[in-house]
Design a protein around this ligand. Structure first.
Ligand code: UTP
Length: 289
């Protein structure tokens, strides 16, 4: 029987080493892209895709994420008193968007381990996983596109994107058989292969639809690269019993957990900003550095 996907897991307990020193005491998920923290863009993608419950995996130093999605009593009173109603409703909207549940991952033992900590909360339903540093800008939210594919293929679905061959060592890469436009049946997956060893240039991006059997698979997964429990290794175990599909989503993806990727996203989102995008474009055009 097909089940609707209503829960989404947000693993946000990583150390963010690529963005040090900014991430020494602040979560990378809270880095602002123009005027919103990264994580808010991804939560908004989940909500507009139809998600009703967000399970956030946090760790030490991540309290700001919880505060961001909570009511901010003093701030709201202050905005009310000053008559700043537009800002007030924006601040309140953030806390009302969706139901949140928080789980602490006590040690950063890997993405697979972070997903495994949500087993009791997620239960026996298929669910989505969204990584907060992959920002996807598309006409239809990327997760919604995947949910539509899930209606036809009710199984695990990985978001993928073509990357230059020279970049394969930064991603999980699939070996797949194309079964329709944009949809592949996954035959194998390799974590961060060198370009000449990669089975394709189809890279796994931070959006997943997972069946609940992934939890058993993750329990059987031994620590892999870097001593961490890798989600890719869990998926390879799952693949022994169930089909896994990959879907090439429509949209532009930014790796905002990387300094250069973050700068590119900042410039492009700045240019699209209705309030000052035009002025920003002019500024960039005249820049002589
Ligand atoms: P990354 O591989 O991007 O690691 O994790 P990271 O620590 O966040 O960042 P870098 O690479 O050191 O700069 C992928 C996702 O998995 C989460 C991260 O928060 C990120 O969303 N994660 C990773 C956890 O929740 N727990 C972990 O133990 C590891």
């Amino acid at each position: 029987m097909k089940k609707e996907i209503t829960k989404a897991v947000f693993p946000a307990a990583g150390l963010g080493t690529r963005f040090l020193p900014a991430t020494k005491a602040s979560p990378k998920e809270m880095l602002p892209l123009v005027d919103k923290p990264l994580i808010q863009y991804v939560v908004e993608e989940a909500v507009s895709s139809g998600i009703g419950e967000v399970v956030l995996v946090t760790g030490r130093g991540k309290r700001a994420i919880e505060d961001h999605f909570d009511v901010a009593f003093e701030l709201e009173e202050e905005l009310k008193a000053k008559g700043k109603h537009k800002m007030l409703s924006e601040v309140q909207r953030i806390a009302d968007m969706v139901t949140f549940c928080y789980i602490r991952q006590k040690k950063a033992l890997g993405l697979g381990h972070a997903v495994l900590t949500t087993k009791r909360v997620v239960g026996n339903d298929p669910f989505a996983v969204l990584l907060g540093d992959d920002i996807i800008d598309g006409k239809v939210p990327a997760l919604r596109q995947m949910m539509d594919v899930y209606k036809r293929y009710p199984a695990t679905i990985l978001a993928i994107q073509k990357v230059p061959r020279s970049q394969t060592q930064h991603y999980g890469i699939i070996d797949g058989k194309k079964i329709e436009k944009g949809v592949y049946l996954v035959k194998d997956m390799v974590e961060k292969p060198a370009p000449d060893e990669a089975p394709s240039n189809l890279a796994i991006i931070g959006r997943y639809i997972l069946t609940p059997e992934i939890f058993d698979a993750l329990e059987r997964t031994r620590p892999g690269k870097g001593g961490e429990i890798q989600l890719t290794d869990g998926l390879r175990i799952l693949m022994e019993d169930q089909p896994i599909y990959a879907y090439e989503f429509q949209g532009t993806r930014y790796d905002a957990g990387d300094k250069l990727g973050f700068l590119k996203a900042t410039v492009e989102f700045g240019l699209k900003n209705p309030e000052f995008g035009g002025e920003f474009r002019e500024y960039l055009r005249k820049l002589k550095v």
